[in-house]
Design a protein around this ligand. Structure first.
Ligand SMILES: *Cc1c(COP(=O)(O)O)cnc(C)c1O
Length: 242
């Protein structure tokens, strides 16, 4: 038997590096700073996340409460976890209990905001929980998010009624759209202007989380501040995102 050890990699570090290069190229092509990259690791085992971590990745996105709760204690505590999935208000307490939960990008109704606000107060962390309002920009019923016309009102609610939450911006999934300028991303930028007005902040202080594996370069050209890339880094998933 050979005692030789081979270092096993799953190609995650290499895929991550290529995505980062594409992000940098897209951003410099339009004279913008490169957006943040959130590595979306839903359904993927912790070994793959660790490979990305060791390659320098710190922001990870998860869609399922039970999964973030199970994975986070097995991984380094300086990971910034972004929760990006559908959130039922009765799960807010469990989610808020993740010590290094960094942001919830998927607030799409007052009820969820209220539940998160209450749950986050109870865990007694020094800083507020960063949240984004998720907007359904595709009009598809299967996708979550508030309707574009409701965004400003919900954002204002978070900003004024939720003392433990910090409104940082807007998130959308968008539609499958291979055009150079997907309509969904235009809608999100327009919604940001509406939000900026009601919360009396400059639009530039509100971030846009848009762009996934299929469309992150287009999203960057249209002003994305944060892209959420999963399958291009970690490989195809066995079951589709909810
Ligand atoms: C799954 C998911 C992603 C990543 O999708 P990929 O196409 O695998 O890059 C991004 N955002 C949300 C909200 C998701 O559910």
């Amino acid at each position: 038997m050979s005692s030789e050890t081979t270092s096993v990699t799953n190609g995650v570090a290499e895929a991550l590096r290529r995505v980062q290069e594409r992000i940098t190229a897209a951003a410099s092509g339009c004279g913008r700073p490169p957006p943040e990259l959130v590595a979306v690791s839903k359904t993927k085992p912790v070994e793959l996340l660790l490979e990305a971590y060791e390659a320098g990745q710190r922001s990870f996105g998860e869609n399922y409460v039970q999964e973030i709760v199970a994975k986070s204690p097995q991984l380094p505590s300086d990971i910034k976890w972004h929760f990006i999935g559908g959130l039922q208000s009765n799960k807010a307490k469990v989610l808020a209990g993740v010590p290094n939960l960094y942001m919830v990008e998927s607030v799409d109704r007052q009820k969820t905001a209220t539940a998160l606000n209450k749950a986050f107060a109870a865990v007694g962390r020094a800083e507020k929980l960063k949240v984004m309002v998720q907007v359904n920009t595709s009009g598809e019923e299967s996708k979550s998010g508030c309707q574009p016309g409701e965004t400003a009102q919900l954002a204002k609610f978070v900003d004024t009624e939720c003392d433990n939450l910090e409104l940082v911006g807007l998130m959308t999934i968008g539609a499958f759209d291979t055009s150079d300028e997907p309509e969904a991303f235009k809608i999100l930028a327009t919604e940001r202007d509406a939000v900026a007005e009601v919360v009396e902040r400059a639009a530039s202080t509100l971030t846009l989380s848009m762009g996934m594996s299929a469309d992150f370069e287009a999203a960057i050209r249209m002003g994305s501040d944060s892209v959420r890339v999963g399958s291009t880094i970690f490989g195809a998933r066995e079951y589709p995102p909810k």
